[in-house]
Write a protein that binds this ligand. Structure first.
Ligand code: AMP
Length: 308
């Protein structure tokens, strides 16, 4: 298995300046999974598996969506109760989601069980979820190459100590700029990033900066890249998760310590992939992305950024 992803599987209610949707399939593991699955098909990798839980209200067609994209869903449990629900809205430049409601539902009593044949993925990606669930998966599975952790403002607020302990255990921490400032309590992004990296005792920090692109701190130096300038903005939900899913699959194709140039290349793919997610509501765009569309945009992005 190349990438094992644990995270939320959700029904989202979304409102953006372009429109609104009810009960749209979402969740950090769904977005991360569809994105990693796209790259797995493109790179002919050894597969992506999901670990998570859904309620008995979860629609069979959505199970089919996972299967159709080639995802291994043997680690998804169906439990009695309702699927996780999140309600959010975006305003103005859509830079930040405003959370209106979070209902953990079946995630409340969830005890993740990593299938034994997935206990040693090349990359273990703990997508956004309560740190105690991420921690449980980190203790059951050991990545043979790299472990990645994503989080959000809610956990920085209500599970701060737990999160601080957890970030020390992973190779790559992925956060957005607001979360880095919040965790470090420093408004200067460079200083805040350095403080967060010190908190995690080194390794790699990837800071997502929305329309401003990405900043990454690697032991060999910093990387800064712009976002892909798409003007087709519908719904930014899941951009961060698709970004991390693409990065995870690309990194699973290498071996040894993650080199600076390799991280930069993974971030190019992460950036280009995330630029598709925003172009429609929910997982629609990332699920139906074609290789031709992707290659065209990748080539445009390399021209814009003067990278080869
Ligand atoms: P992103 O826009 O990449 O930060 O991720 C959005 C996704 O995160 C949505 O599909 C939500 O279902 C999911 N989400 C929102 N809040 C939480 C939470 N507290 N725990 C796990 N997933 C969440």
């Amino acid at each position: 298995m190349d990438v094992l992803i644990v995270g939320s599987l959700a029904y989202d209610s979304l409102e953006t300046p372009v429109g609104s949707r009810e009960d749209e399939l979402g969740g950090s593991a769904s977005y991360g999974g569809f994105s990693a699955a796209f790259h797995n098909r493109k790179n002919q990798g050894n597969g992506i598996a999901l670990v998570g839980v859904v309620g008995d209200d979860f629609k069979p067609e959505h199970i089919e969506w996972y299967k159709d994209s080639g995802l291994d869903i043997s680690g998804i449990e169906v439990n009695q109760g309702e699927t996780f629900r999140w309600k959010g809205s975006y305003h103005g430049t859509m830079a930040e989601a405003v959370t209106h409601e979070t209902h953990l539902n079946v995630f409340e009593n969830f005890q993740p069980k990593v299938p034994s044949n997935h206990a040693n993925p090349k990359v273990l990606m703990c997508a956004n979820l309560h740190p105690s669930l991420q921690s449980s998966v980190l203790s059951q599975a050991k990545a043979t190459r790299v472990s990645i952790l994503d989080s959000m403002n809610l956990w920085i607020n209500i599970a701060n100590e737990e999160l601080r302990e957890l970030i020390k255990k992973v190779d790559i921490l992925v956060l957005n700029d607001g979360e880095v400032r919040m965790l470090s309590e420093n408004d200067n992004l460079i200083l805040a990033s350095k403080e967060v990296l010190a908190m995690k005792n080194g390794g790699i920090l990837v800071v997502k900066r929305g329309e401003h692109g990405v900043l990454a701190l690697h032991p060999d130096g910093m990387i800064s890249m712009p976002s892909y300038p798409t003007s087709n903005l519908a719904d930014p939900t899941g951009c961060g998760d698709s970004f991390a899913g693409a990065m995870a699959q690309v990194l699973s194709q290498g071996s040894g310590k993650v080199r600076y140039d390799e991280l930069a290349e993974a971030l190019v793919h992460a950036t280009v992939t995330a630029s598709f997610t925003i172009e429609n509501f929910g997982t629609e765009r990332i699920r139906n992305l074609t290789n031709d569309e992707y290659e065209q945009r990748l080539s445009d992005y390399r021209t814009i950024t003067n990278t080869s």
